[in-house]
Design a protein around this ligand. Structure first.
Ligand code: SF4
Ligand code: SF4
Length: 88
């Protein structure tokens, strides 16, 4: 289960998000692919508030959302920040 795998990770959270979607594009976006494709559920969209929330601290840096949506300004977290994968 992916939840079991996610449980083994550690994170060093940056103060600022390394994922910056163009929120004006998000308002017009029908598919909201980011909310489906992300294995860590980083993106969620509140239809009533018309608001995309980006929980960047949970990002696995897999790059899937970067490929799926051209409206995300995607960078790796600053050096020393972000997800830490344990070696098995
Ligand atoms: S980030 Fe991209 S896929 Fe996600 S809601 Fe915004 S425009 Fe749509
Ligand atoms: S890089 Fe991967 S884990 Fe991070 S927000 Fe994008 S899809 Fe989710």
């Amino acid at each position: 289960m992916i939840e079991d795998k996610l449980f083994t990770l550690k994170y060093k959270t940056d103060k600022q998000s390394h994922l910056k979607p163009d929120l004006t594009k998000c308002l017009q976006c029908v598919e909201k692919t980011c909310t489906i494709i992300c294995p860590a559920n980083v993106y969620s969209y509140n239809e009533a508030e018309k608001k995309l929330t980006v929980s960047y601290e949970k990002c696995l840096e897999c790059g899937a959302c970067r490929i799926a949506c051209k409206h995300i300004d995607w960078k790796y977290p600053k050096s020393g920040k972000g997800v830490i994968f344990k070696k098995s």
